[in-house]
Ligand binder design. Sequence first.
Ligand SMILES: NC(=O)c1ccc[n+]([C@@H]2O[C@H](COP(=O)([O-])OP(=O)(O)OC[C@H]3O[C@@H](n4cnc5c(N)ncnc54)[C@H](OP(=O)(O)O)[C@@H]3O)[C@@H](O)[C@H]2O)c1
Length: 247
Amino acid sequence: MPDAKVALVTGAGRGIGREIAMSLAREGYACGLIARTKSQLDETADLIRKAGGKALVTPTDVSRREQVVAAVEAVERDLGPISVLINNAGAYLKKPLTEITEEDFDFQLKVNTYGPFFCTQAVVARMVERGAGTIIFVLGSETRGGPAQYSAYTASKVAQRAIAESVAYEFMHRGIHAAALDVDGAVDSPRVREAMPDTDPSHFVSPERICAEIVHLINQPKSSWTFSVDLRSFVQWRPRVAAKKKS
Ligand SMILES: NC(=O)c1ccc[n+]([C@@H]2O[C@H](COP(=O)([O-])OP(=O)(O)OC[C@H]3O[C@@H](n4cnc5c(N)ncnc54)[C@H](OP(=O)(O)O)[C@@H]3O)[C@@H](O)[C@H]2O)c1
């Protein structure tokens, strides 16, 4: 267990990031909240404070290194040393490969690859000095093999996984727990239900279970650290290759 209970959650303005921040606040973590849209961060902070928790809103573009450094400084000054970083902020692009512009491709890399790299770089040295900390990378099914039309997103997430693996081998033995949490499949939310009205809700990944997994990872003892977690709803475990017909 880390000494200080301060978490930095990226992409905390809505969706999965908001759920993660609220669940860490329930676990007693003061939460630094990162995203670009201040009004959404304020809503998350209000929800945390109303439930008795502590939060600091730090509007930040994770793809801008100087903004990330400033946010980390503000959180450590106001809340204390960051003991948990959740790299959750993500940009999403579904587009045919031939239509993806250089700007599109750059944007996916900037948010999904540079973002977690900058955030990790900004917190990890001080975690090492204290000899404790947890860094979790929220990945997607795409890291197991990208479906059509997700080439830019997939490239950026596969690169993020590579960063997670490097962080694991560079810092785990120095007391920092890194974990790659691969969320494989659509996560339940009003937005996803609206976009997929014909899908049985039990086929979606539960955001509560994502949060529970994150809390579990944070609380793992040094003697038995998990690096890779694949979180899927039961339907995602169906065979991906059809069985051969008997001749
Ligand atoms: N939803 C799913 O079904 C699903 C499935 C598997 C994996 N995931 C992964 O889970 C993570 C969260 O997904 P979600 O569905 O909750 O996404 P979401 O609802 O679109 O929320 C994304 C969050 O990230 C923030 N963000 C985006 N770009 C940013 C930037 N440049 N700098 C700082 N913050 C930024 C957004 O705020 P601003 O726009 O205000 O910056 C928002 O708070 C992503 O990494 C995604 O790849 C999602």
